[in-house]
Write a protein that binds this ligand. Structure first.
Ligand code: CU
Length: 360
């Protein structure tokens, strides 16, 4: 893939941008993580300009559909490299264009294991202000630009991430280089990076503890954030489809769902999605979901004032009939969580006599 270098102010356009190429995710067996798609307009971008010691940087979350919208300025998985001169003051204008999905921006030190969420910037002030909440409780997504400013005081490699739980793991990060030699700021588009995009799965010692069969009834336990596998974005320790729950056709599945994480999650059993959804989709069987979060006063369900979603650690039960053979997915319906690997495999089998759980 060719890379494109824009030197702002020089009006030179070197090469042709070919977004749409690789996103390095060796996800579990089947389902794909969304590919970058949609070529960016081949015109001189205005995302970065330099005036003396001041760099103006524009970062737009959800700029296009690349990586299901989990991108900054159309780039994800580290693909965009913003270089700024050491010691410059970076004035950032941040806007969220995504419809209905909250995003933010935090500059963190470069790391191979992306954090599940972050609010601690590498430089003082290098993060968006806390999101505003509507009286109704859901965070505002689109709309007004936010500005923040920081001094790029230490040379090195950093990450521009979305600090909202799961979004960086889902690929919503780009690269910031603080260069002792650069005289002006620049933006280049390279290839997607692998950092943090491959979620490790730690299979539990005894997966069969979570499933039992009595007659036509299957009891299934699903715990989100059960361990630290995939930065906690797992069910029962499984992510990226690696946990496979098999139940007999026609079984009544009585599922107990619990969220062990401090991050809100939910669970749905949905038709197999070749392209993972970036948010919730209707369940495959009537009743096959649980765990919608409660929101603060004024929002859904009452609770704390201020509107942040509450993490529910209380077990919830849901029941459905596995009425059609096939392969399904167990996903978390929170924006970005399935893309971040928070999904497993659910099989309804016409030959199985009892339910089982395996890891692959
Ligand atoms: Cu989740």
């Amino acid at each position: 893939m060719r890379s494109l270098t824009w030197m702002i102010g020089s009006h030179r356009l070197m090469g042709v941008l070919a977004l749409g190429a690789t996103v390095l995710v060796s996800a579990g067996p089947a389902a794909m993580v969304t590919h970058a798609s949609g070529a960016r307009a081949a015109q001189n971008p205005t995302w970065v300009t330099t005036q003396g010691k001041v760099v103006h940087l524009t970062l737009t979350a959800g700029w296009n559909n690349t990586n299901a919208g989990f991108n900054f300025d159309g780039a994800a998985h580290g693909q965009m490299v913003v270089t700024v001169p050491l010691g410059s003051t970076v004035d950032v204008t941040f806007t969220n264009k995504a419809q209905g999905t909250p995003h933010n921006m935090v500059v963190i030190p470069y790391t191979q294991s992306l954090p599940a969420s972050s609010a601690s910037p590498a430089f003082p002030g290098a993060a968006t202000p806390a999101p505003r909440f509507r009286p109704g409780g859901l965070p505002q997504s689109g709309g007004a630009a936010q500005t923040f400013s920081f001094v790029a005081g230490k040379a090195g490699r950093y990450m521009l991430i979305c600090g909202i739980a799961g979004h960086a793991i889902a690929g919503m990060w780009d690269t910031l280089v603080v260069s002792p030699s650069a005289k002006v700021a620049s933006v280049t588009m390279g290839t997607a990076q692998a950092a943090g995009t491959v979620g490790a799965t730690t299979p539990p010692a005894n997966p069969s503890q979570w499933v039992s069969t009595s007659g036509k009834v299957v009891h299934l336990t699903l715990i989100s954030g059960w361990n630290s596998a995939n930065a906690g974005f797992n069910f029962d320790g499984g992510a990226y489809g690696r946990m496979v729950v098999t139940v007999p056709l026609g079984a009544t599945v009585v599922a107990t769902y619990k969220n062990a994480a401090n991050t809100p999650h939910d669970v749905l059993i949905v038709p197999y999605q070749k392209t993972l959804p970036n948010r919730s989709v209707p369940p495959a069987f009537a009743g096959a979901s649980a765990g919608r979060p409660r929101f603060g006063a004024g929002g859904r369900g009452g609770g704390r004032p201020g509107g942040q979603p509450q993490t529910s650690n209380k077990a919830q039960t849901f029941t459905f009939v596995a009425g059609k053979t096939g392969t399904y997915m167990i996903i978390c319906g929170f924006p970005g969580h399935a893309i971040a690997g928070m999904w497993d495999t659910f099989v309804v089998s016409s030959t199985a006599k009892t339910a089982s759980i395996t890891f692959k």
